[in-house]
Each structure stands twice: as structure tokens, then as C-alpha cells.
Write a protein that binds this ligand. Sequence first.
Ligand code: MG
Ligand code: MG
Length: 249
Amino acid sequence: MIEIKSEREIALLKEAGRIVALCHEEMKKQVRPGISTQELNDICERIILSHDATPSFKGYGGFPSAVCASVNEVVVHGMPSKKQILKEGDIIALDIGACYKGYHGDSAWSYAVGAISAKDELLMQVTHDSLFKGLEQVREGAHLGDVSAAIGNYAKSFGFGVVEEFTGHGVGRNLHEDPAIFNFGEPGTGPILKEGMVLAIEPMINAGTKKVRILNDGWTTVTRDKSKSAHFEHTIVVRKNGYEILTTL
Ligand code: MG
Ligand code: MG
């Protein structure tokens, strides 16, 4: 069942989303060659805690850290580490969640570490734009499949691999709620969107194969061909004639 949130709940979700956006604002300044993924994690955790919120991911299913830090061929669920030092030319996806008064905000963004290749720049741009192609479809009465198809078809038109094993999701009192939001699909299929549904839409796009595998730590998910991967995500609320982004300042 897809919950419809009240305006009171949406206000709390928006504050949770704002805290996540504050973390991303800081990450824009902090991501650089020489910094470790653990340092980035710790900065975000401090920002979240200083706003009366808690990191949504820490302890979720046993995940040990406040943020997911996924470098280069890591698609999602990279674990921050003191030993992982970013270097010029890397790309890193930081997935950040904050829980404020029981409500979650969830947003991922990919960042360039120093100067990156034109190919990696294109991967990040297309992944970012595919999120907004999906969002353009969101309004009351649209089918969820319209959103999924718009994302997938855009990314595939560049020859990129659209990850199928992980999806976007509803957000509310739980970090992951119904529905699962695939990044590929058919227009006119799936649930019909209604005002007040809160959704995290999150394309995960690979430069090469769509196929992924999970490493022995049980979390770190990498592309099978070691090609790079990008990830962008916003939590939004469905409105009558469109959508409102909640994970923004
Ligand atoms: Mg996320
Ligand atoms: Mg998410």
C-alpha cells in the first residue's frame, strides 16, 4: 500500500530533507583529492546530529556508517573507511539519509574528485538528467511506470547500463516504504500517483554493463565489468500538477 502523507507529515519530511541537503552542500566543498571517505561520513554525521536528527542508514540492516560512499565502480552501499583516500579523477556517490522527528529524508549525489575524464563527466550528467526526466513525469494521475520508463530510456539512449537490482522507494516513517520504483519500465503501467505520496527516485547508472555483484562484506555493490557508476536521488512529494523536491534547502 502506498501511503498518502498529510501536510503535517510533509512538513516534517521536508525538514528531514533540508538536513540532508545541508550535508550535500557541505560535501560540494569537502570532496577533493586527499580526503578519506570516513572524514566525509563524519562531517555528515555531525551536521545531522547538530540538527536534532539521526543518520537514517547507521544501523539500518546492520549498516555501520552514517552515509554510503560509493567510489568509481562501486554502485551503491560503499562503506566509508579511513583507508579510502579520494584521488584526482575519482567519482564518488554519497547517499545520505536523516531522520527528523521520526521522518526520513533520503538523497544521493555524485561528485567529481578534482578533474575527471569527459566520459565520467557524461556518465554523471546523464544520470543526473535521467532523474529529472523521471521527475518531469510526476503528477497526480500519472503511472509510476511513466517515471521508470523516462529514466531508463534516457540513460539507455547513451548506451549506459541501468541497474535493475536496486530501486527507488516510498519514504516516510520508514526509510523504505512502498512502492519500489524501478529505473526502467513501461509507460502506462504500475500504480497511479496521488498527491501526498512521498517517493525517493534514484537512478543508478553504469558506464558499461548493467550487471552488478555484491562483495563479501555483504554491502559493497560493484559493476561486474568494473566500469564506473553514478547515482542521483531526491525525495519528492507528488502534487496535483507536478512534484515538490523535499531534499533541498
Ligand atoms: Mg539514498
Ligand atoms: Mg533511497
